[in-house]
Design a protein around this ligand. Structure first.
Ligand code: PEP
Ligand code: MN
Length: 337
């Protein structure tokens, strides 16, 4: 449910409405808009005393939200969310480029990659220190040492860092180093992890589950936002289909659909979706054309020696080409890079 305030409603009136909502045992979420403020109500809808709220000064109307996701839905907040970080805004007119290796493997590897992707035009460095692998026998990441190396790469290049956190107990250490916390596809349904990052001050990059519907994806984002963290970047990374010509199927149509249903930014990850470096650039171009706010690309200085996902990693040279090709599409649709 959404309480829409009048255009001329003042701060005091907004606070009184929030207080009244809380006294009914519900949660109030003020959403400032360009024209007016709205106040989202979450909790048991049977407890809302609409008549009482309507009588408060400054209240214009009450709207019933039909979608199961409330805070992340466009019904609640019509304006796009733009996430402000220290060196890039995510969700605005500018396309954001996240690039780096699948996993941090050594100092040389991460520093070399960081300089190469920065030079090509990336804004944010990626790299897993804790890797949720399908097999327990595969490389699991360097752990805290990997986080330290990412921090060193940030210091040297000025790039922000995004890295994955894999369970609630692991969040504290990751948020100590990372600028953005990544929730991987395999953890999209880990509700205790979603709640934990919802209490973090860091923005969250939430990847779509391997077989998650759009509704399930947005409900996962709702878990994060309901704990108080409004800074969520969604990531389409491909889903399971019968097709076996690529690792997953990049669901490009999810991008405009998600744009319609939510106000959150959405980026695409053509690396994990295709699983083949040869297909990454074309799908990155297509993602931007479909309206994605950015892309996340795996880059490795020596893909043939990568400890994970080498076959989908671009060399710095190929990443350079990708950036140039993406620029053409970006300009063609009136955005910037
Ligand atoms: C990753 O980005 O390194 C990753 C493991 O991706 P996903 O969770 O989408 O498989
Ligand atoms: Mn990977």
């Amino acid at each position: 449910m959404l309480v829409v305030m009048r255009k001329d409603a003042n701060q005091k009136e907004i606070e009184i409405v929030c207080k009244e909502i809380k006294e009914m045992g519900l949660a109030a979420h003020p959403i400032p808009g360009a024209q007016r403020t709205a106040i989202g109500i979450t909790g048991n809808k049977n407890m809302v005393r609409e008549d009482k709220i309507m009588l408060l000064p400054g209240v214009k109307e009450i709207i019933h939200v039909t979608q199961p996701y409330k805070l992340v839905g466009r019904e609640f907040k019509p304006d796009d969310t733009v996430i402000e970080t220290s060196n890039v805004k995510i969700g605005g007119k500018k396309i954001v480029i996240i690039a780096g290796p699948c996993a941090v493997e050594s100092r040389e590897q991460i520093i070399e990659t960081a300089f190469a992707v920065k030079e090509a035009g990336a804004h944010i460095l990626r790299g897993g220190a804790f890797k949720p692998r399908t097999s327990p026998y595969d490389f699991q990441g360097m752990g805290e040492e990997g986080l330290e190396l990412l921090a060193e790469a940030r210091e040297k290049t000025g790039l922000l860092i995004v890295t994955e956190t894999i369970d609630p107990d692991n969040v504290e250490i990751v948020e100590k180093y990372a600028d953005i916390l990544q929730i991987g596809a395999r953890n999209m349904h880990s509700f205790s992890l979603l709640r934990r990052v919802g209490r973090s001050k860091r923005p969250v990059l939430l990847k779509r589950g391997l077989a998650a519907t759009i509704k399930e994806f947005l409900m996962a984002a709702e878990y994060i936002m309901s704990e108080g963290n409004p800074n969520i970047i969604l990531c389409e990374r491909g889903v399971r289909t019968f097709g076996d010509h690529t690792r997953f199927t990049l669901d490009l149509s999810a991008i405009p659909v998600i744009k319609e249903l939510t106000h959150l930014p959405i980026i695409a990850d053509p690396s994990h979706a295709t699983g083949k470096w040869q297909n990454v650039t074309s799908m990155a171009r297509a993602s931007i054309a479909a309206g994605a706010d950015g892309v996340m690309i795996e880059v490795h200085p020596h893909p043939e020696f990568a400890l994970s996902d080498g076959s989908q990693s671009l060399t710095p040279e190929n990443f350079n080409k990708l950036i140039k090709e993406m620029k053409i599409i970006t300009e063609a649709i009136g955005k910037e890079m």
